[in-house]
Every structure is written in structure tokens, then in C-alpha cells.
Ligand binder design. Structure first.
Ligand code: NAD
Ligand code: DAU
Length: 350
């Protein structure tokens, strides 16, 4: 069946992979990418599909009610996949309100626009909300996050995402909107903005700059290749049961310091540097305030019930990722010029 899907945040890291997957895999669908093009949004991420007949772009802010109403009407939107968000924990610590505005207010605005446009036939249309494992809080004594784990967000970012998840479920319960939510672990791969650990470290190794590791580098994250997340979103969109939540993760836990060392070793090889050159750049810096110790997703439900599993091993994904950054120097230098330099100086002081 033909669909006209509004994908929000499609110019960002994960959104760009979701847009590319849907535009190429489903020529019978029309994909409308709505993005405000904040510092994190980059249309260069979508070069491969920008001229596709089933792809359209709308520059708009999800906080803008009138723009949303216009876009739903103009394109006759049938379904929504909502990724637009402020996504960086460190920025949420210095400016929490920006996260309330986009992640909470913006999401409720989008729910309202969808509800208004789909009035009388809410059961025919899906509102898919893409969220994060950070809503479950921090693991200290082993175990995994399950879909039933109580919410316990610890940062302004995760609190804003948790609030948005609650609003989506409240709209399903109250207005009988057809919704689905997925909560994913840390993604890595091409197009990742270099404010986040992996691309920041790759960029700094390349430029022989200090590699800032927060605290002792003991914090653990569960890494998933971004295209596997996009495949999971495709699976949940098409096979997910309305009202349900699906955890998505890579069963791939790493301490930050081990990831940084791995990147050092692999990049020394690729750049033809003496082994050990990049490790000398590792610099332990002040810890992130309220730093969550460990995230680990139990992705059994999506595997068993919907048949999704990660396709790439981490070793392979990280090679592809490093190669992508080394081959896309222009992308990297464009996104790290201007405002990035100001952010970097303010946050890292060098
Ligand atoms: P990102 O920061 O790379 O991209 C966010 C996109 O949203 C950008 O294109 C930006 O321009 C757009 N945007 C921001 N504010 C907007 C607004 N007010 N109106 C319209 N567009 C706006 O983020 P990402 O890492 O691709 O994350 C996408 C989604 O996935 C987010 O909802 C995030 O919470 C979630 N998520 C991310 C990860 C991860 O590891 N990156 C993991 C799990 C879930
Ligand atoms: O778990 C999913 C979440 O993963 C997403 O919801 C977020 O949008 C995404 O940004 C990511 O959050 P993290 O805070 O885990 O990612 P980040 O890359 O910022 O940091 C990963 C780990 O590395 C974390 O423990 C903090 C640490 N770190 C990060 C940076 C930027 C450092 O040690 N040094 C750094 O310079």
C-alpha cells in the first residue's frame, strides 16, 4: 500500500540513514523529510537520494504549529516516524531548556498536528516515536534494560526524551492514536556528528589533538551500527504491534577507554603511524556531570517477535566507520568549522 511518511530529523545522523533506506527500499512510498537544519542537521547526508522522485524536503521546526499543519495538509501525510530531537547529553547539561522545547514541546506539537489531521481515522495511521535507552537510567549492578524496566532518566536529555515517550503513550491511551515506541542504544557509523565520542575521537586522532576521556573511561555503552538501527526502525514500522515498545541494541558493550584505545590502534595502522602514537593523545578530563555508568539493552523482544537482529559485527562496523571518515574529509572539515569550533572551545577549553 502506498504511504506518505513524514520523517522528522531526517537530515541528522540516524534520520539520514532511515530516509535513505525508506526512499530506496520503498519506491511506492513518498518520504517527506521535515528538519529544522540545526547545527546537527546536514542535507549533505542525503545527497544519494535528494533527486529521487519519492523524496521531498521541508525545512521546518517541530515547535512551529502552523508549519506542521501546513505540511500535513500539503502532503496528505499518512504516517509519522519521529526522530527530530536535541540529542547530545553534554549540550543538555549546559542548556536544558532547548531540550524541553524541541524534545517535549516539539513532540507534543507533532502529536497534536497528527491527531488534528487524522481526526476520525486515527486507527489508520501510525505515529512511530524513536527514543533512547537512556530513559531507563544507569545500570550499576549488572543486568539489562528490558521494555518493562521502570523509567529513571538521569540527565536533562534523557528526562526530555522520557517525557516525550510518556506523551506518546498518553496520546495512545487518551485519544486512541496508533503509536509505537522504540528505545535504542548508542549508534555509530557514517554521518555521526563529531561532538559524540566515536567521531570526535576519530577526528582528533586524525588531527593529532588530545582525546578527551571523561573520568576514568570506565563508563560502558552498548554500540549498534547505525544502518542496523535504520533496519530495526523499518521492521518496527512495518511489523510492530501498536501500543508496544521495542528495545533495540547490539549486545555489544564497551568501556569508553577500550573503544578509544581500539580507535587509536586501528587509526595508527590506517594512517601508517608508529604503533602507540595515538594512545599518547589520550587525556583524562573532568567527568560529565551525573554521568550514567552503564547502558545495556536486552533486544530479545524485537529479535523473537519481529525477527530483527544486528547484521554487522562491531569489528567490521568500526572499520567501515573509520574508513568513511578518512574518505569524507570535506564533510568532516565542513561540519567542524564555524560553530563547532566555538562549542569545542567552550566545552573542552582547547
Ligand atoms: P542528531 O542530533 O544527529 O539529529 C537530529 C536532527 O533533528 C537534526 O537533523 C536536526 O536538525 C533535527 N532537529 C533538531 N531540532 C529540531 C526541531 N526543533 N525541529 C525539526 N528538526 C529538528 O540526532 P540522532 O543521533 O540522529 O538521533 C535521532 C533520534 O534518535 C533522536 O530522537 C535521538 O533521541 C534518538 N536516538 C539516538 C541515538 C544515538 O546514539 N545517536 C540512540 C538512540 C536514540
Ligand atoms: O544510549 C543512546 C544515546 O547515546 C543517545 O540517546 C544519545 O543521543 C547519544 O548521544 C548517545 O549518548 P551518550 O552520552 O552515551 O553518547 P556520547 O557519544 O556523548 O558519549 C559516549 C560515552 O563517551 C559517554 O560515556 C561519555 C563519554 N565521552 C563522550 C565525549 C563526547 C567521553 O569520555 N569524552 C567525550 O569527549
Amino acid at each position: 500500500m502506498s504511504k506518505i511518511i513524514l520523517i522528522t530529523g531526517g537530515a541528522g545522523f540516524i534520520g539520514s540513514h532511515v530516509v535513505q533506506l525508506f526512499v530506496t527500499k520503498y519506491p511506492e512510498y513518498t518520504i517527506v523529510n521535515l528538519d529544522a537544519l540545526t547545527y546537527a542537521g546536514n542535507l549533505e547526508n542525503l545527497k544519494s537520494v535528494e533527486n529521487a522522485p519519492n523524496y521531498l524536503f521541508e525545512k521546518a521546526d517541530i515547535q512551529d504549529e502552523a508549519a506542521l499543519d501546513r505540511i500535513f495538509k500539503k502532503h496528505k501525510i499518512t504516517d509519522v516516524i519521529h526522530l527530530a530531537a536535541e540529542s547530545h547529553v553534554d549540550r543538555s547539561i549546559s542548556d536544558p531548556l532547548a531540550f524541553v522545547k524541541t524534545n517535549v514541546f516539539g513532540t507534543v506539537n507533532l502529536l497534536n498536528a497528527a491527531k488534528k489531521y487524522w481526526i476520525g481515522e486515527l486507527e489508520k495511521h501510525l505515529f512511530y516515536h524513536v527514543s533512547t535507552d537512556e530513559v531507563y537510567g544507569s545500570l550499576h549492578d549488572g543486568g539489562f534494560f528490558l521494555e518493562t524496566t521502570p523509567y529513571d532518566p538521569q540527565s536533562p536529555y534523557s528526562a526530555s526524551k522520557a517525557a516525550s515517550d510518556h506523551f506518546v503513550r498518553a496520546y495512545a491511551n487518551t485519544y486512541k492514536m496508533k503509536t509505537v515506541v522504540s528505545n535504542c542504544s548508542n549508534n555509530y557509523g557514517p554521518n555521526h556528528f563529531p561532538e559524540k565520542l566515536i567521531p570526535l575521537v576519530i577526528n582528533n586522532i586524525k588531527n593529532l589533538k588530545p582525546l578527551p576521556v571523561y573520568g576514568k573511561g570506565e563508563n560502558v555503552r552498548d554500540w549498534l551500527y547505525v544502518k542496523d538501527h535504520a533496519r530495526a526502525i523499518d521492521t518496527v514500522f512495518h511489523k510492530g504491534v501498536p501500543g508496544e515498545t521495542y528495545n533495540i541494541g547490539g549486545f555489544n558493550e564497551w568501556k569508553n577507554i577500550d573503544i578509544v584505545r581500539l580507535l587509536c590502534q586501528k587509526m595508527d595502522e590506517k594512517l601508517g603511524r608508529e604503533p602507540g602514537t595515538s594512545e599518547k593523545l589520550i587525556t583524562f578530563v573532568q567527568d560529565r556531570a551525573g554521568h550514567d555508568l552503564r547502558y545495556a539493552i536486552d533486544a530479545t523482544k524485537i529479535q523473537k517477535e519481529l525477527g530483527w537482529e544486528p547484521s554487522l559485527q562491531f569489528e567490521e562496523g568500526i572499520e567501515i566507520t573509520i574508513d568513511w571518515y578518512l574518505q569524507n574529509e570535506e564533510w568532516l572539515s565542513r561540519v567542524t568549522s564555524g560553530a563547532y569550533q566555538d562549542y569545542y572551545k567552550e566545552h573542552y577549553g582547547n
